[in-house]
Design a protein around this ligand. Sequence first.
Ligand code: PEP
Ligand code: MN
Length: 287
Amino acid sequence: MEINTSYRLVKKTLEKPETLVNVSGNIIGGDEFTLIAGPCAIESEEQIFSIAEFLSNKGIKIMRGGAYKPRTSPYAFQGLKKEGLKLLKKVSEKYGMKVITEVLDLSLLDTVYPFADILQIGARNMKNYHFLKELGKTDKPILLKRGMDATIDEWLLAAEYILLGGNEKVILCERGIRSFDNSTRNIMDIAAIPLVKQLSHLPIIADPSQATGKRDLVIPLSLAAAAAGCDGIMVEVHNNPEKALSDGPQSLNFEQFSELVEKLKMQLAVSNKKFLPKKIKSELIQQ
Ligand code: PEP
Ligand code: MN
């Protein structure tokens, strides 16, 4: 008997047209547009508090920050590890923001779990099937990055592993794929966004920071991804990008991040997505 090896659980059907992922009270998917922001890596108490204060004033509800970093060179900054997780917790409590941070491998799952509202699974791990199976047993939302060499099918099958384990809270993240042209760090596959929306019920967000590697390209690519119908954006922001220990060239400075928020507001006002709820907008105006 021939066995159908294609994805089943992540497939969009009439019965299951879309999944909304609840991140400790914040919905990702449906008619919500979520902007996740923060540094590539947590570097110090001063750095993370400065960025968190800025982002919370902008109405950001979910902050990113890497504590364990997958770096190409073993000599590059590897993250503050447990110390970074503790700092992330401290800022999230102070500013009331939820946090997303990467789980670098299975041996770190128990360490990272209590500190994260979303577990980030990096592009380099998208094909780590044993790891994906174990993630299926957790009850936390998972952000599954697309592997840099992964087809859409392989990516959806990777998500299938997690759903098959019993965890339906998967958010897909397009972060660019490798090609022959290194003018940008990766090639951001904008077409993947509406295509995945046709194929799967899972929410999909875009990461134009890893995709382009250049901060000046992050705003236009964020707007393009939003126009293509994604459920949100995750961007890297730094209080001093020139001095960043990781991914400085692709990190937005505060001024650029403010510009991004304003431009997204204008663009999403004519879409069917809600971005920064009215309550937050009026709070911002009062300040
Ligand atoms: C990151 O988000 O900082 C990161 C390392 O992402 P990716 O796994 O997409 O390279
Ligand atoms: Mn990064």
